[in-house]
Design a protein. Structure first.
Lengths: 352, 361
């Protein structure tokens, strides 16, 4: 519990800062915006949490978000059925995770380098995908190669959401609210669906990690892989499972991204998201050395960045100072959190 | 002890978070060149400051480029004159996702009108329509023409292209070969600028819009040898220019035209490396300092500049009226043209001083 106390204090302070910055910050609308964003970030953060628990890292999350958004948009653009697009993109995420896990466990490559290469490859692949003339391929398959047809366009292009009218269920998942407020008449209880989705996934993750053999094995291999292996744990397949979870959740995040914006520029969509996700997990108490971290802490850590970004706007901080303010705030928060933790631990020792 | 210290740190952190004042850059001191604007100041006359205090309007750019520093300076001038409260935001990563979150937060803050430089016109149209239901929206610099925005305010790029074409005629009256350099040909502004240049080369008295005008063809006395794109990569832009200079090294009449701000400096760099400065003609767009220095030295014939300061200033005046529900006269086609200017050797030094004043340097 002590471990989440620090991050809770940081979240509370930023939240109070935001609330006092502008009367409109206290409105239900702002809370819904924040909750929606926390849910969206949370899904990515949760995924990287699994990987960090094993002592690994995933730097490809932002590129997987981008590739998934682009692929999802392209399938819909070419009149693919939405459910197929949805399942196909999630499957693609799983396969990416499988490849990461395989390279890391079977070939013994460093997670850093494997996923860094992924960062470049998936983004480049997304750019390539947007250049392909799928119409030409379709024509070539049915009537032969069309005259003067080109397989690739000159440059990559932005991908949008075609036929959004066929996507009612996804639009509801991204933009709708869980109508608890409507039922009770209390507007504050209208919880955005992405946050609900995150909470459901977080509870599932909590059960998986804290209530059973799977979670114990993950923690064990994160603390000391060698020891875990000697204890008879199949560390490789557990690690692979964590990378699959991470990339699949990133793919889900990519689909939600496209439904939300709805514009994905293959060169820039999802840039930096891996670092935001890792930051959220680490602030929430996950150790980059592995084996350590709680889901509650992760949920709180996830909230910090959306709160800070909102604060920058509501407090009227100039855009040019945005990165500096966020960086300094994160650093101060981390230092305060560390000191609080040490303080409480020395308190425990003294009491003992 | 540690605990006390860390609580102290946390509270100082809290002060940092809440006490950060809304900083505003100093208002520019110099007077601006108003001569070229189509909208006279009376037309959008600002009402007294007291009436407007407490009303918020916002300006959201498409990226953090220096271009927007000038727009913000103009917008701040409008803020000062009208007494309205202006929030100026630049999405630091230039993505539509970040821009959307910023706009959501501004709407929550209760802004009464919003000016947006659209990043992805086609795909952001639905979002702009959602905003337009709540507050008046004007598109500045980059338009989403099919959206429910009230109007578009910016440079008429076809006309700006014609100005550049005119400069090519001046620099190379005997005719010759023309190469065009730009980041991408997808954006409308790039295609319109190119079209304007070609229309003038061909001798058309008036430009009617985009039409088929391929590379490798002769337009009047001028052959357009190619349009070279670099994917918004300055190094590639310089390589492109260097390759053209190598390929046409014996061509006596060669004019290189750079359509985006970084293209003329890239051309200049390549020409300097190839020791061709002064032997080839260069015409450019925008006010990069290297371009202006090149004009002063005579290496660049001239540049066509937009008026971002006016974008900011005029849009704030217009938003002030819209925010109060007052009638705003908008041309039938929904486009408010902020005229571009032509800068040649005689104007370059004065223009640089003017820029410095606007930027508050």
């Amino acid at each position: 519990m002590n471990r989440v106390l620090g991050v809770f204090a940081v979240v509370a302070i930023i939240y109070l800062g935001l609330m006092s910055s502008d009367p409109q910050a206290r409105s239900p609308e702002n809370h819904q915006n924040l909750e929606r964003r926390i849910g969206e970030w949370g899904i990515l953060t949760l995924g990287v949490g699994f990987v960090i628990l094993t002592g690994g890292i995933d730097l490809s999350i932002g590129s997987v978000v981008c590739l998934s958004a682009v692929s999802f948009g392209l399938i819909l653009e070419n009149n693919g059925p939405p459910w197929l697009a949805f399942m196909g993109v999630l499957a693609m995420g799983s396969i990416i995770g499988l490849i990461h896990g395989f390279l890391i466990t079977r070939l013994n490559l460093q997670p850093f380098i494997v996923t860094l290469c992924g960062l470049f490859i998936y983004r480049g692949f997304a750019q390539l995908l947007t250049q392909i003339n799928f119409g030409t391929i379709g024509a070539a398959l049915t009537t032969g190669w069309p005259e003067n047809a080109r397989l690739l366009r000159d440059s990559s292009r932005n991908i949008g959401l075609a036929h959004p009218e066929n996507l009612a269920w996804l639009t509801t998942l991204q933009k709708g609210n869980f109508p608890l407020g409507e039922w009770t008449g209390i507007v504050w209880l209208d919880i955005p669906n992405p946050l609900i989705l995150f909470i459901v996934l977080a509870i599932a993750a909590y059960i998986a990690l804290e209530c059973g053999a799977f979670g114990r094995r993950i923690h064990a291999l994160g603390y000391n892989e060698q020891a875990a292996r000697y204890a008879g744990i199949d560390t490789a397949s557990h690690k692979i499972a964590c990378y699959v979870i991470c990339s699949t959740l990133a793919a889900l995040g990519g689909i939600l991204f496209l439904v939300k914006v709805p514009s994905a520029a293959p060169a820039s969509a999802g840039n930096w998201y891996e670092l935001y996700a890792i930051t959220g997990a680490v602030l929430g108490g996950f150790s980059l050395r592995g084996g350590e971290g709680s889901i509650l802490g992760l949920a709180l850590g996830t909230a910090i960045l959306p709160l800070l970004r909102s604060l920058v706007i509501f407090a009227g901080i100039p855009s040019d100072l945005e990165f500096m303010v966020i960086g300094v705030a994160l650093l101060l928060g981390t230092v305060a959190d560390e000191l609080l933790r040490r303080g409480s631990m020395s308190g425990v020792r003294r009491a003992g | 002890m540690l605990r006390v210290f860390s609580f102290g740190l946390l509270s100082s952190f809290a002060i940092l978070m809440t006490g950060c004042p809304a900083q505003k850059p100093a208002a520019p001191t110099g007077s601006t060149n108003q001569s070229g604007t189509t909208i006279s100041q009376n037309h959008l006359a600002a009402t007294s400051s007291a009436q407007n205090s407490g009303i918020k309007v916002a300006f959201v750019s498409n990226n953090p480029a220096e271009f927007w520093t000038l727009a913000e300076a103009g917008a701040r001038k409008g803020e000062k004159e009208t007494g309205i409260q202006l929030i100026f935001k630049r999405p630091q990563d230039g993505t539509a996702a970040t821009q959307k979150e910023i706009i959501e937060d501004l709407l929550t803050q209760g802004v009464k009108a919003i000016a947006i430089s659209v990043i992805d016109p086609k795909n952001q149209t639905s979002f702009i329509n959602e905003i337009a239901i709540r507050v008046p929206v004007i598109c500045v610099d980059n338009d989403a023409a099919d959206s429910k925005r009230r109007c578009y305010m910016g440079t008429a790029n076809l006309q700006a292209g014609r100005s550049a074409g005119k400069m090519v005629l001046e620099a190379m009256p005997e005719g010759g070969k023309v190469a065009i350099f730009v980041g991408q040909l997808d954006p409308v502004n790039a295609r319109e600028r190119r079209q304007g240049v070609i229309d003038v080369l061909e001798g058309l008295a008036k430009s009617e819009g985009l039409r088929e005008s391929p590379d490798g063809k002769k337009y009047g006395k001028y052959e357009v040898i190619g349009t070279y794109t670099d994917g918004v990569n300055e190094a590639k832009a310089k390589d492109n220019a260097a390759d053209v200079l190598t390929r046409y090294q014996n061509e006596p009449n060669l004019c290189l035209v750079g359509l985006w701000a970084y293209n003329p400096p890239a051309i200049l760099g390549a020409a300097a490396d190839a020791k061709r400065l002064g032997k080839i003609k260069i015409v450019g767009f925008d006010e990069d300092n290297a371009t202006l220095e090149g004009i002063k030295k005579g290496d660049v014939h001239g540049t066509v500049v937009q008026q971002p300061f006016e974008f900011g200033y005029q849009s704030v005046l217009m938003m002030t009226k819209m925010a109060k529900g007052a009638d705003v006269a908008i041309p039938k086609n929904g486009i408010i043209d902020i005229p571009h200017r032509e800068i040649r050797k005689a104007d370059a030094a004065a223009f640089q001083d003017e820029l410095k004043k606007l930027q508050g340097k």
